[in-house]
Ligand binder design. Structure first.
Ligand code: M6R
Length: 362
């Protein structure tokens, strides 16, 4: 049932092109250049909206950080992200002009359910983004939006992260269009990026063997740091979470600009740095951060699209041009890196110690 793969996680990483095609299936009208998500959000509600609050945990939280930037870039609406476990409605909000979006692969995460219920009690409209049909999140929210990724067995979330981000990208397009805020050129570009994404992810997957070699070469690192900017920041955080979760190595992700405000003190020749240098993520500035860590002796594994490729890196992997979705293609290299570091240490990859696929206690 693992389809010839040693672990579900590797199988699910490789299922991403298919999952991404399923995520958009039947939802993009290429002729009209529109998305249709079949939600009950009315035009007047969206027009009057003050804020979209995104709530989630773990990997789903990282998808929300990406979604926030897509919503703000496309739909000109204020979007905020909170850990579900930290959520409060907050002061100064008009419940009738707020939308809470709860993102949960399982649809059963206790913290996320608590936040959604709190919002609902206050009279806020809720939208659940989930992979699981009939889950508690889907049943309790005013609207359910399925990411259509298919079952995910590995405790580490992989394909569902990609599908969540793509679903939030479609939500951003839909909200932008309904509010009359969608810049046609920007909308067209994102739609074409969505169509090209499965192919770009496949290109990264085709480098599986090369990533394995790099992972094995660097697996002895004392700690691993992941950096990115803007749209690449959520992916840097996600790369670090994946690595710590399955390899038990210390890993941290930062917005690249934060490095010199503290974390740089930890950087040595024994701490590989994985840098995501993609479009829309101000790669020139991240290149300066790359130089900062290299001058402390740290080896840099760069995952770069054309605009970020010029630097001098110890290792480099290419991401094709894909506009705002480039970090999603870059993320595939980080998933494979985490997988092969963990595999080289013979970790129980699909069932890491102390963790559960679905966390149903607060
Ligand atoms: O089912 P959910 O998306 O609500 O789960 C949230 C987190 O527990 C989950 O993403 C967790 O962080 C993953 N194990 C990360 O790989």
């Amino acid at each position: 049932e693992k389809g010839g793969y040693e672990h579900y996680m590797l199988k699910e990483i490789h299922e991403q092109p298919q999952a991404l095609r399923q995520a958009v299936a039947g939802r993009i009208d290429p002729i009209e250049e529109r998305v249709d998500l079949d939600l009950s959000l009315s035009r007047s509600f969206l027009d009057d909206l003050d804020e979209i609050q995104l709530v989630a945990c773990g990997t789903s939280y990282h998808a929300c950080l990406y979604g926030k930037q897509l919503l703000e870039t496309l739909a000109d609406v204020r979007a905020t992200v909170e850990y579900a476990s930290e959520y409060t409605v907050g002061s100064g909000r008009d419940p009738s002009r707020t939308l809470v979006v709860g993102v949960s692969q399982s649809g059963e995460t206790a913290d996320t359910l608590r936040a959604l219920r709190m919002a609902k009690r206050t009279g806020i409209r809720t939208l659940g983004v989930t992979n699981t049909v009939g889950s508690t999140v889907a049943r309790e929210c005013d609207d359910a939006l399925y990411i259509q990724a298919g079952p995910e067995i590995g405790v580490a979330a992989t394909k569902t992260f990609a599908s969540q981000v793509v679903t939030l990208a479609m939500l951003a397009l839909d909200v932008a269009d309904t509010r009359g805020e969608l810049d046609p050129a920007q909308g067209r570009e994102l739609l074409s990026n969505l169509q090209d994404l499965p192919g770009a992810v496949q290109q990264a997957l085709d480098r599986d063997e090369a990533v394995r070699e790099v992972a094995e070469a660097y697996a002895g690192g004392e700690a691993f740091f992941f950096i990115g900017r803007r749209f690449a920041t959520p992916v840097a955080l996600e790369g670090a979470l994946k690595l710590k979760e399955i390899s038990y190595d210390h890993a941290e992700g930062f917005p690249a600009g934060e490095l010199k405000h503290g974390p740089l003190a930890l950087v040595t020749e024994a701490t590989p740095v994985l840098a995501v240098l993609t479009d829309g993520a101000r790669p020139e500035e991240t290149q300066n951060n790359v130089k900062e860590v290299q001058s402390r002796g740290a080896p840099v594994i760069a995952i770069a699209s054309e605009s970020g490729r010029e630097g001098d890196y110890e290792v480099g992997f290419d991401v094709p041009d894909l506009g705002l979705l480039e970090p999603l293609a870059a993320n595939v290299y980080l998933q494979l890196f985490a997988y092969y570091v963990a595999d080289s240490k013979a970790r129980p990859i699909d069932r890491p110690r102390n963790l559960a696929k679905s966390v149903t206690v607060e």
